[in-house]
Design a protein around this ligand. Structure first.
Ligand code: CA
Length: 519
């Protein structure tokens, strides 16, 4: 194992050199030192920081045991942390469409990543723009159609690239040289400093690509975590023996489904002769593995987990560092006092739990979204909320913050009462979840379900299989208790509540996914 590590360090050094070379050629974005005078205004500015696939387990304010995120933690210390924020449909484009519209996937139409967002729909940025906000969208959009409701926008095409990204703009495609997380930050700062109309309150969607697959770290982060092992999750070697068939038949295991690009076992292009020599010395392309030939079984899974999680965390670290720079700018420019800062990610992610990467399932790690809101004068610093909230609630919340009337057909609830710490005895008792993308990447079967503060019920309806978990006794969801007579009462209650939620949210009887031409 030691020899393997040594070889890999050489490879990473090779990578490092390569990326630094690319950077030497990069265009250095001019940074403007001028400060922007704060404008007296009643409507707060809103800076919405959104990442892609950033799980709460990788945020120290949520108790991470694998990394530190001091700048996201600042938002927790200076604002409110929502401990129970859950996504309605754990996949990228659908989550974004729900965030923008405040409506479930079956209403806004984006049931899976293949559907184009109908951008003629009402969204909260459009309503803020109409209400006098200066609006901008910079970063990852991932909804196929062009952004609407923005005075300024610059978005990655599709997933975008980690290095030397192209951006779609109203004037056509532009290309930048450098690391995408950094470039999105620079574009956002430039808009804040130079491009916006500072007579108006602003809404800035600062939406990162990171830490989405295939987790390519920035040049400053390539050797981070090199000399340590990242702790493994308890359920890394889950064998799925006490659940239905969906957990067994997915295709997202660290053991089997990480590919060479994920593990960075494919040599990057344009290697120097010396880099190629190092690569050849360490890697056997025929057997697709490094020299340590006896690495197999659980040891190989552990090795892959380290490869995966370190790159994931390196991507997260760049996001956190850049957030620190943006927060510093807000402080230095006097904008902090009248700016709401929201941090969230489009869904959670498996960081080795159940032996997985990726998302999609209703299980905790991909269901939970991080959500932190700092609002000086509006939110008590260091507060924690435990109500059941969802990405469905973001649009009505932001509208209410901005003093804009919330349209009656939105399905989410404004979080304003929770931000104000008002008693909310009638808050929702359960959240509704529905995943549609099957057949599809990672082969996760379609399912819907609900989660209360203690229980979870899921129905994989094409398999006619139910699962039920008592999260208090089994927080890692390793044993479905659906057939346990002890829980029959709770299960009946949850089924009734699930039907009520489907009625409330007007979920059609015919599965919308069954109409998709690709299904
Ligand atoms: Ca995502």
């Amino acid at each position: 194992m030691k020899k393997l590590k040594k070889d890999l360090r050489s490879i990473v050094t090779g990578y490092s050199t390569l990326f630094f070379c690319a950077f030497a050629l990069s265009i250095s974005m001019s940074s403007c030192g001028s400060e922007v005078a704060p404008v007296e205004q009643k409507q707060p500015n809103i800076l919405f920081v959104f990442t892609d696939d950033h799980a709460a387990q990788a945020i120290s304010a949520y108790g991470s045991n694998i990394n530190r995120t001091p700048n996201i933690d600042r938002l927790a210390h200076e604002g409110m942390l929502f401990r129970n924020c859950f996504v309605t449909n754990s996949i990228c484009a659908p989550s974004r469409a729900v965030v923008l519209t405040g409506k479930h996937s079956h209403i806004n139409g984006v049931i899976d990543n293949r559907v184009e967002f109908d951008s003629t729909q009402t969204t909260f940025p459009k309503l803020l723009q109409e209400a006098g906000y200066e609006t901008a969208m910079i970063g990852k959009w991932h909804l196929k159609s062009e952004p609407e409701g923005f005075d300024y926008w610059e978005v990655l095409p599709g997933q975008g690239r980690y290095y030397n990204p192209k951006f779609r703009t109203p004037e056509g495609t532009v290309e930048y040289t450098g690391y995408t997380t950094r470039i999105i930050t620079e574009r956002a700062l430039e808009w804040l400093k130079e491009k916006r109309n500072n007579e108006k309150p602003f809404l800035l969607l600062y939406w990162h690509k990171a830490p989405h697959r295939n987790w390519q770290p920035g040049p400053d982060y390539l050797s981070m975590f090199d000399d340590q092992d990242v702790p493994e999750p308890d359920s890394l070697f889950d064998d799925y023996s006490n659940r239905g068939s969906a957990a067994k038949t997915q295709e997202m295991t660290i053991a089997e489904h990480l590919n060479d690009r994920d593990l960075k076992l494919t040599p990057p292009g344009n290697l120097t002769p010396e880099q190629q020599r190092l690569w050849n010395a360490a890697y056997d392309p025929k057997n697709k593995q490094f020299e340590e030939k006896d690495l197999s079984g659980d040891d190989l899974v552990r090795w892959k987990y380290q490869r995966y999680i370190k790159d994931y965390l390196r991507c997260v670290q760049a996001v956190d560092d850049d957030l620190g720079e943006v927060l510093d700018f807000l402080d230095e420019s006097g904008l902090s006092d009248n700016t709401v800062v929201i941090y969230s990610s489009d869904q959670g992610f498996y960081l080795g739990e159940h032996g997985w990467f990726d998302k999609r399932f209703i299980y905790e790690e991909s269901l939970r979204m991080p959500l932190l809101i700092r609002w000086p004068g509006g939110v008590q610093p260091g507060s924690v909320d435990t109500h059941l909230v969802q990405n469905l609630d973001f649009a009505p919340t932001i509208l209410e913050m901005a003093g804009v009337e919330v349209p009656a057909d939105l399905q989410g609830k404004s979080l304003m009462p929770l931000l104000r710490r008002q008693a909310e005895p009638d808050w929702r008792r359960a959240v509704y979840y529905h995943y549609y993308e099957y057949p599809g990447a990672h082969s996760v079967r379609r399912h819907h379900g609900i989660r209360t503060d203690r229980y979870k019920l899921a129905f994989f309806y094409n398999l006619n299989e139910w699962e039920f978990f008592d999260l208090e006794k089994d927080p890692n969801e390793l044993v479905s208790r659906y057939d346990d007579p002890e829980y029959s009462g709770q299960i009946e209650e949850l089924k009734s509540e699930l039907n009520q939620l489907r009625e409330l949210y007007r979920v059609p009887e015919v599965d919308p996914a069954s109409k998709s031409p690709k299904n």
